[in-house]
Ligand binder design. Structure first.
Ligand code: GDP
Ligand code: MG
Ligand code: ZN
Length: 369
């Protein structure tokens, strides 16, 4: 497992070892449809500048992507958590994903109006996402709301982790405040000082489960990884400062095999919370507003000025907080902007899609020969 320099793939993969890495029937059927066998399967544990670190449970090794993958779009490029087919040290294809965390393409705000927005995958095959937030200056209910919408928009299940609970005499008040924007979501208080929250979070890390942590830098993600792991596996705040001074040069492992049996991904690199269109993350995050809207007089009410608007009434009466309503409107506008841009460029997207299909057919025909 530690040998990242061994450049040879293992001849045979034991299905049990793959299952310990999260392999399931879902991926097996995807693989079968690709006409491949489990002997050539590995999971991407880390994306490095010089390639991908993959593992099959026997060992880890460095792979480069096949030229064909390089030419494809972001969505088709391997990311941490992907199951891939490897030929020795080359990743030849990605096995269809069960889920993935994604955001709007980086820099979309500056791209030409009318250009296609693309979804950029950041991490694949996740079961749960821990939204990690420190109970210090990091705590921000509106940001938590945005993270929730991002996670829902990707069809994933969130858990909110409020770290640094030791900083307060009554941290439960933060938990209660968070509950008002996250109905039905587990909200867990943790602290590195007394390890509280460990057993509740462990329940998401059972065999075959993959969890990713997202949140601001300094929120306490790596500290949490260490707490759940039971010893120092990730560099935290103080230590990474010394890494900067050149004391350490170890590569960062993005996916950690946990003693609980599952896998934990530390910080898959979401720096800005940018949405991609097409999901219903905003509706899910604001389920309370969505429900009220059914009582609006007009079925296509925009909740801005219409008479008989149940949402505006609720804002007026204080049932819906003004800040929450503002946050809803802001995210809604972002989604509508993405949607309108997508429609404008639908022709172009359609054209690209057919080019992809043509490429795929060509590839299949080549393989058949
Ligand atoms: N008091 C307190 N400090 C914490 C806790 N968790 C993390 N920290 C501190 O917060 C800083 C950032 O933690 P780190 O895990 O590196 O954050 P990351 O950037 O999200 O990985 C470090 O100085 C940690 O010691 C906690 O539960 N209590
Ligand atoms: Mg960290
Ligand atoms: Zn309305």
């Amino acid at each position: 497992m530690n040998d990242t320099t061994d450049l040879s793939a293992t001849p045979s993969n034991h299905p049990d070892l793959l299952r310990q890495l999260g392999w399931s029937d879902f991926f097996a059927s995807g693989l079968a449809a690709m006409d491949q066998t489990e002997a050539s399967v590995a999971r991407v544990f880390s994306v490095q500048r010089n390639g991908f670190i993959v593992t099959n449970g026997h060992k880890e090794w460095l792979c480069s992507p096949a030229g064909r993958l390089l030419k494809q779009r972001d969505r088709e490029y391997p990311v941490t958590g992907d199951w891939v087919v490897v030929d020795s040290t080359v990743i030849t294809s990605i096995i269809p994903r069960k889920s993935f965390l994604s955001r709007g393409e980086a820099g979309t705000r500056h791209s030409r109006a009318g250009s296609a927005t693309r979804e950029q995958a950041i991490a694949a095959n996740l079961d749960t996402v821990f939204i990690v937030c420190g109970l210090d200056r990091d705590f921000n209910i509106r940001r938590l709301e945005r993270y929730l919408a991002l996670v829902y928009n990707c069809g994933l299940s969130p858990v909110i982790v409020l770290t640094k609970a030791d900083q307060h005499d009554a941290p439960e008040s933060f938990q209660q405040e968070t509950e008002t924007i996250a109905t039905g979501v587990a909200i867990v208080l943790t602290s590195m000082q007394d390890n509280r929250g460990t057993s509740e979070l462990e329940s998401y890390l059972g065999a075959g489960q993959t969890v990713a942590m997202i949140g601001s830098s300094g929120a306490g993600k790596s500290t949490l990884a260490n707490m759940l792991y039971g010893s120092e596996i990730q560099a935290t705040g103080e230590i990474s400062a010394s890494v900067g001074k050149g004391r350490h040069t170890t590569t960062v492992r993005e996916l950690i095999r946990m003693p609980q049996g599952g896998l934990l991904m530390d910080n898959p690199g979401i720096r800005e919370i940018a949405f991609h269109e097409g999901g219903d993350g905003v509706e899910q995050t604001f389920a309370d507003i969505q429900e009220l809207a059914e009582a609006c007089r007009f079925s296509d009410c925009s909740h801005q000025h219409e008479p008989g608007c149940a949402v505006l009434n609720a804002v007026e009466s204080g049932d819906i907080e003004q800040d929450r309503f503002d946050s809803y409107n802001k995210m809604k506008r972002e989604m509508e902007f993405l949607e309108s841009r997508r429609n404008k460029s639908a022709d172009r997207v359609e054209k690209e899609r057919w080019q992809d299909v043509a490429k795929m057919i060509k590839h299949i025909n080549k393989k058949r020969k």
